[in-house]
Design a binder for this molecule. Structure first.
Ligand code: NAP
Length: 259
């Protein structure tokens, strides 16, 4: 299936590993020129090289912390007018809300709410002028089904979701869509990080925690990042222009609601 986005330019944030990397990979397979961002240079360069070798697509790397104004400025200097924007950043630390200070909350809101909003603010009007834009925010299934130890994530991402719900209805008439992709448990470093905390709190081994988490997934397995990348590429496709303001859950069937 031709997604109709060959030759488009994409910024994919936090993309040297995991879900962001899978989105960059799949967009490059569709012929999209990709700007990849992460803080660690070595892993980022290796990931970009692998994508170039596989797809022959133009890939640019920016070593930056996307949650800082300087980091975002560095990204936008390289690609001021993307057709596609995939926002992403590391998730906040897990824990008990009694441990979290105001600074912890500010950091979570900065990374998982204000960073995507700032990137949207910097790019959406130029997308509207060109009458094409696809914005995908990587959030979390925790937005629909809160995870107890991820209160910082539950809270900050809900703020972004509320903002996007309003803006996405204003941009769609200009063929600029904004949607959120909500990952459930995907086999990435982040999943291990939350399992480590659960193991610490419960006195169980990490293996036992991971086995229990997997058993709770109706699909009987964790998600593969490539599956996430393919969903992202679909939302970025030319044919997805009638879909905006949606929260697409990718969780192997965990969310139990009818709607
Ligand atoms: P991951 O495998 O740990 O990868 C995180 C990626 O983001 C790495 O490339 C990392 O590179 C980059 N990154 C982190 N902070 C950054 C920053 N401030 N600036 C630039 N790049 C940054 O994580 P993941 O599983 O892909 O998760 C992606 C997002 O989805 C996170 O917000 C996570 O909370 C959320 N999520 C994941 C799951 C899951 O099961 N995997 C479930 C729900 C929600 P550097 O460290 O080198 O910067």
């Amino acid at each position: 299936m031709d997604l109709g986005i060959k030759g488009r330019r994409a910024i994919v944030c936090a993309s040297s590993k995991g879900l962001g990397l899978a989105c960059a990979q799949q967009l490059a397979r569709e012929g999209v020129e990709v700007v990849m961002i992460a803080r660690g240079q070595q892993v980022l360069e290796a990931a970009a090289s692998a994508i170039r070798a596989e797809t022959g697509t133009h890939v640019t790397t920016v070593v930056a912390d996307v949650t800082t104004p300087e980091g975002r400025a560095a990204v936008l200097a390289v690609c001021p007018d993307p057709d596609i924007l995939v926002t992403n950043a590391g998730g906040p630390k897990p824990g008990n809300f009694r441990e979290w200070t105001r600074d912890d909350w500010i950091a979570a809101v900065d990374a998982n709410m204000l960073t995507p909003i700032e990137l949207i603010r910097a790019t959406v009007d130029k997308m509207i002028e060109r009458r094409f834009g696809r914005i995908v925010n990587i959030t979390s299934a925790a937005v629909k089904m809160p995870i107890e130890i991820l209160g910082l994530s539950n809270g900050a991402r809900a703020g972004l979701t509320g903002f996007v719900a309003g803006l996405s209805r204003q941009t769609v008439a200009h063929n600029v869509t904004i949607n959120n992709l909500l990952p459930g448990p995907f086999a990435t470093d982040r999943l291990l990080q939350t399992a480590e905390r659960l193991a610490h709190d419960s006195g169980k081994t990490i293996e036992a925690v991971m086995t229990a988490r997997k058993a709770a997934v109706p699909a009987g397995r964790f998600g593969e990042p490539a599956e996430f990348g393919q969903a992202c590429a679909f939302l970025c496709s030319a044919g997805a222009g009638f879909m905006t303001g949606q929260n697409l859950v990718l969780d192997g069937g965990i969310y139990p609601g009818t709607l």
